[in-house]
Write a protein that binds this ligand. Structure first.
Ligand code: 3PG
Length: 306
């Protein structure tokens, strides 16, 4: 059996070493396609693969169709908007992710971005502190929970909203649960987005919510850029000259935002939320274990296309 790691943005070497050990101990072989720049390279590499490990690499229908022997693809990470699940299902390919494995890295980045924005992107001048400010966590999954914990440690007041729970179900000694996004946005000096990209969430964060934010608020987006209505973001930043926006990966209109709003906006040049050695090892090794467990024992835990 041949396992292929195809990563346009490579894993840390320790993660590849860890994956190799698991795969080879299971009597399988490992192939590596890193830093590729052309889709054609991916199409050729998958031709022989029985199993595939990817990060944000797009596993589109043509990739699935080129992978004649493919039985399983694992997205080493949480968001699986890069996998064509219908194509996988049609070709009897099991698709999985590795939820939670890189969550801490993203949570730390979200907090880092809050501090970076509070300190004027480390430009000279007087900044502010996070202690005593209110953080709103929009969506309370693996990452949202960790961000809430870190923010509590920093002395922030934490509010959370999750569409599947009532506020009272999320309430703890340190967390205030609310029943609607509107309630959340009204109180959030910092608003941290952790909404997964799904058809119903694409473009769902727009003017009606952002206009509710308190004076001087800062939006931190370490989820997908696609959940933001970028046109409305531009409009609200123009109307509300007190608001700031920082995101992991530039929105499509970043050049315009930068020109119009300068240091009120910030975006990482390449998605870096999960770009730590630890997250790479956690997610990569989990992916390898899941592949071996599926190919040897038929274990379908974490299957997405059921
Ligand atoms: C995820 O969905 O797990 C993160 O966005 C990480 O993506 P990456 O593997 O491309 O860094």
């Amino acid at each position: 059996m041949k396992v292929l790691i195809a990563t346009e943005k490579p894993f840390a070497k320790t993660a590849v070493d860890g994956i190799r050990e698991i795969v080879e101990n299971a009597g399988m072989t490992l192939a590596l396609l890193e830093n590729y720049t052309e889709k054609e390279q991916l199409l050729q590499a998958v031709a022989e693969a029985d199993a595939l490990i990817v990060r944000s690499d797009k596993v589109t229908r043509d990739v699935v169709e080129a992978a004649k022997n493919l039985k399983i693809v694992v997205r080493a990470g949480a968001g699986y908007d890069n996998l064509d699940l219908d194509a996988c299902t049609e070709h009897q390919v099991v698709a999985m992710n590795t939820p939670g494995q890189n969550a801490n890295a993203v949570a730390e980045l979200a907090v880092g971005m809050m501090i970076y924005m509070a300190r004027n992107q480390f430009q000279p001048g007087t900044g502010t502190e996070l202690r005593g400010k209110t953080l709103g966590v929009h969506a309370f999954g693996d990452i949202g929970r960790l961000v809430a914990g870190l923010a509590t440690g920093l002395g922030m007041k934490v509010y959370v909203y999750h569409h599947r729970f009532k506020g009272s179900e999320l309430q703890t000694d340190t967390i205030n649960g609310v029943d609607s996004p509107e309630e959340l946005y009204k109180v959030s000096d910092y608003l941290s987005l952790h909404v997964p990209a799904r058809p119903q969430s694409i473009g769902s964060i727009g003017k009606s919510l952002l206009s509710l934010l308190p004076t001087g608020a800062c939006i931190i987006n370490t989820s997908r850029k696609e959940i933001m209505n970028e046109q409305e973001l531009e409009e609200i930043l123009a109307e509300r000259t007190d608001l700031k926006y920082a995101s992991d990966v530039a929105p499509d209109n970043q050049a315009v935002l930068k020109e119009k709003f300068g240091n009120r906006v910030y975006a990482t040049p390449k998605k870096m939320g999960a770009q730590t050695k630890e997250a790479n090892v956690n997610a990569g090794v989990a992916a390898a274990h899941q592949i071996v467990a599926f190919l040897k024992e038929g274990d379908r835990t974490f299957q997405l296309n059921k």
